[in-house]
Design a binder for this molecule. Structure first.
Ligand code: G3H
Ligand code: ZN
Length: 268
């Protein structure tokens, strides 16, 4: 975070789901020569475990010369937070945004206390995003209330604040980012802001949001699409296509190209 803010850079946080995407994200950021995060959401932990993810990430970062953090995205429980910190994640999100204000504060505070023992920064969310995060669907749409921001940040001690300002998860709903609201929040928040649901937000909006203390932008669906379409297109062309190795290597290239494109555009 310090590396990026010193250089006035925005940090993309790219969601990984598997080994290939992890390698591709590291490759894309390295090829762009820009920093960012590899992140994995709590609901993805059931496909693997924190130690394996740390191990694979270290492998992926072996020949990389830019700073890349490993972030727990939408951390669902204190147990997940602890497991990821203990395994070696360098950044954590605890997402208690669906809980009432006081309970959200309580959950975040507990996670912050643990993470800060180890110098690990914590992202928390105030307000709730609509949309689909892989297989998790949220119908609710509650924008961040600027009047709650200062108390929330001060009481929790969080290091980054994820906001709901018309941004959405997934590709099914059109995001309508309320820049004046983001500006208002940025004037109140003592910590940098995070925009979830980066896929589908016009680049001019993200670039404009940089003036409002936006430090981190999450991209999930755009990369998943680059990954999955590699296989989908090949299968549509030939339903006897079974070259998983070749297609996996192609998917790594396609995801890396997308990650490189995104990190460059948001930092233009
Ligand atoms: O936490 C992950 C992101 O907010 C992903 O959102 O799939 O709309 O890019 P997206
Ligand atoms: Zn998100």
């Amino acid at each position: 975070m310090k590396y990026a803010s010193d250089r006035k850079l925005m940090l993309p946080a790219f969601n990984t789901t598997n080994l290939e995407m992890t390698f591709a994200i590291a490759k894309g950021l390295n090829n762009a020569g820009l920093p960012g995060y590899i992140q994995i959401s709590s609901n993805n932990l059931r496909l693997s475990d924190p130690e394996t993810i740390v191990y694979l990430t270290k492998k992926a970062l072996k020949d990389v010369d830019v700073p890349i953090g490993l972030h727990l995205d939408h951390g669902k429980s204190y147990e997940d937070v602890k497991a990821c910190v203990n395994a070696g994640f360098t950044s954590i999100m605890i997402d208690a945004s669906s809980l009432p204000f006081e309970e959200n504060i309580k959950e975040v505070k507990r996670a912050v206390q643990y993470c800060h023992f180890y110098g690990v920064p914590v992202e928390a969310e105030l307000g709730c995003l609509q949309g689909k995060e892989e297989d998790i669907v949220n119908e609710a749409d509650a924008k961040t209330d600027p009047d709650m921001v200062l108390d929330f940040v001060n009481e929790t001690g969080c290091d980054l604040l994820a906001v709901a300002v018309g941004n959405v998860h997934g590709l099914d709903i059109e995001p309508k980012v309320d820049l004046p609201l983001l500006k208002k929040i940025s004037e109140i928040s003592p910590v940098p802001l995070v925009m979830h649901g980066g896929s589908g937000i016009p680049f001019e909006t993200i670039q404009a949001a940089r003036a409002y203390n936006l430090l981190k932008v999450n991209y999930g669906s755009d990369l998943r699409k680059a990954f999955i379409s590699t296989f989908g297109k090949a299968y549509a062309k030939n339903d006897n296509e079974v070259n998983v190795i070749g297609l996996s290597l192609d998917a790594v290239e396609n995801v890396a190209t997308e990650a490189k494109k995104l990190v460059k555009i948001i930092n233009e």
